[in-house]
Design a protein around this ligand. Structure first.
Ligand code: NI
Length: 154
């Protein structure tokens, strides 16, 4: 496993549409392992493959209750709404208020190609939506109601 470089806003890779994954091999597993390492290294709650320069449809999420890997994820239903602050490892130091569904149901595959259905609520729903948006070249700043100055609390 290895830490990969997280690319920043301004790199056109982040604006491209990622391609579906059809081969569930060691290369994919290495990518997912590296994405997990990279996310934890940066204290993120999610990371999408294009953020490490790979235009393939997979994301990792961990909102504090364990790692979730989603390959070819699709939001199949959503309910409610929430507005909260959001940031992104590709836009360090920037935060904005973004409206997201309160609950989502996501259909995806695991790293072996098996179909999985996952539900997310609150922060997890937000993270799923944010990361899946990355696969279509969408950044949270595109959706932000307003950008917010957050004082560094460290
Ligand atoms: Ni992001």
């Amino acid at each position: 496993m290895a830490i990969r470089n997280v690319i920043r806003e301004g790199d056109e890779t982040l604006r491209k549409k990622s391609r579906e994954i059809t081969v569930f091999d060691k290369r994919l597993h290495d990518l997912l392992d590296d994405m997990q390492d990279t996310m934890y290294q940066h204290d993120g709650v999610g990371l999408a493959a294009p953020q490490v320069g790979v235009l393939r449809r997979c994301v990792v999420v961990d909102v504090g209750d364990g790692i979730v890997e989603l390959v070819n994820p699709v939001v199949v239903s959503k309910a409610g709404e929430q507005v909260d602050l959001e940031g992104c490892l590709s836009c360090p130091g920037e935060y904005g208020k973004v409206k997201r569904p309160e609950r989502v149901c996501v259909k995806a595959q695991d790293r072996y190609g098996k179909e999985i259905i996952l539900e997310g609520e609150g922060l997890k729903a937000r993270a799923f939506c944010h990361e899946i948006d990355h696969l279509d070249g969408i950044l949270f700043k595109d959706l932000a109601i307003e950008m917010v100055d957050v004082e560094d609390e460290k």
